[in-house]
Design a protein around this ligand. Structure first.
Ligand SMILES: Nc1ncnc2c1ncn2[C@@H]1O[C@H](COP(=O)(O)OP(=O)(O)OP(=O)(O)O)[C@@H](O)[C@H]1O
Ligand SMILES: [Mg+2]
Length: 362
């Protein structure tokens, strides 16, 4: 799917922006502080209901205003339908999302209307950061292809929280602990099953991307499920009993899962240069988009913040041409127009110039 029209009101330094979007390449250039990342923030907000820069959405509302609004027309080629999507956030904290005039109840519903992939300077932590980023990456994929997954995940979080509260309680209520533990066991198993299935499909989509990029090596992913492979989670909970009571937390389970990324059999972070690691992050996200497309028949929208600062010209072209071959719409930012010259040659796309919060066709 892709945006055909985007309207942004009061997002950071963007007072009022209205643009017609190109179905493929949207190249946004402008000086530091002009508002490029803010434009991507607006699109991200529309698809995810949150900011990629700030935990607190109030910081995203223009500081002279008390509410922001982002709306867009989203075209779905599979059904040849256009949908009107909108989000509103007041400085007081109210948030509202709508699709075709109907209220959406959760960020999960919004995400299904507009699947977004973002790559910015922080995306690098997918390889170098803690397991949370990798679990989020994995869960994005499972969520978008398995529609029951978000309910399953919410239920898991709720039961885990209840069990942890009980463990911290001091005098333990054995019956309640037995009940919450018994409920947590199948949830762990189902989440693990979904994630393993997804990862094995994803690996097949990584191969062609990495081949196209050349020189990265053989990439493989290994799922670490959050407890010993081959052991039953019920037995793990039995064995962890004293430790869980002492620490007041559930030591093992799907909430402790991770993905190990290998290149030619070595940990990716040890094997690759910094630039190559960045390229691998792009490859993983592109593979995810390709898997999403194979599973749903829809394409996702890519936001690539400051691409020229992240990759050299050859690698940039590889990323952009892969996006073109997938048919994904993308919004890419950079300071200098000439950094996009090679990509612009013979390219089907629209150039935008951002100057002090004003966006014009460039
Ligand atoms: N809540 C806000 N209200 C008004 N302006 C804001 C707010 N938050 C940030 N800004 C300003 O918005 C401007 C644009 O920021 P943005 O990150 O979009 O710039 P950019 O074009 O991506 O720059 P760079 O090339 O440095 O990444 C900055 O000057 C920033 O200080
Ligand atoms: Mg920026």
């Amino acid at each position: 799917m892709f945006l055909t029209k985007l309207d942004v009101l009061k997002v950071r330094n963007l007072e009022s922006v209205g643009i017609s979007c190109h179905p493929k390449a949207n190249i946004i250039y402008g000086a530091n502080g002009s508002g490029k990342t803010s434009l991507l923030e607006a699109i991200f907000l529309l698809g995810r209901g949150r900011s990629f820069k700030h935990r607190d959405l109030r910081l995203v509302v223009n500081k002279q205003s008390d509410q922001l609004v982002v709306s867009a027309k989203v075209f779905r080629p599979a059904s040849e339908t256009t949908h009107q999507l909108g989000v509103m956030r007041t400085a007081k904290g109210d948030f509202e999302a709508r699709c075709d005039g109907k209220s959406l109840q959760s960020a999960a519903e919004l995400a299904l209307e507009l699947p977004i992939q973002l790559v910015d300077a922080h995306s690098f932590s997918l390889l170098e950061g803690g397991p949370l980023q990798r679990r989020q990456f994995l869960d994005w994929g499972v969520f978008h292809v398995e529609h029951g997954y978000s309910d399953l995940w919410r239920r898991f979080q709720k039961v885990l929280k209840q069990r942890n509260q009980l463990l911290r309680h001091g005098r333990i209520d054995e019956d309640s602990l037995r009940i919450w533990t018994a409920e947590l066991i199948p949830l762990n198993e189902q989440i693990t099953e979904y994630r393993k299935q997804y990862l094995s499909q994803l690996e097949q989509h990584i191969v062609p991307v990495v081949e196209r990029f050349g020189g990265l090596g053989v990439v493989s992913l290994e799922y670490s499920q959050g407890w010993s492979e081959g052991a039953k989670i019920a037995e793990i909970f039995d064995g962890d009993r004293e430790r869980d009571l002492a620490t007041g937390t559930t030591s093992h389970g799907a909430h402790r899962a991770d993905i190990r990324v290998f290149v030619d059999g070595m940990a990716a972070a040890d094997r690759l240069s910094r630039g190559q690691s960045k390229l691998l992050v792009y490859a993983l996200k592109l593979a995810q988009a390709s898997q999403y497309q194979a599973a749903t028949g829809q394409s996702c929208v890519f936001l690539l913040d400051d691409l020229p600062a992240e990759l050299d010209a050859d690698n940039r072209n590889d990323v952009v041409s892969y996006l073109d071959s997938l048919g994904c719409q993308y919004f890419v930012t950079g300071v200098d127009k000439q950094d996009f010259n090679a990509a612009l040659e013979g390219m089907d796309g629209q150039l935008f110039h951002v100057e002090q919060g004003v966006v014009s066709n460039g």
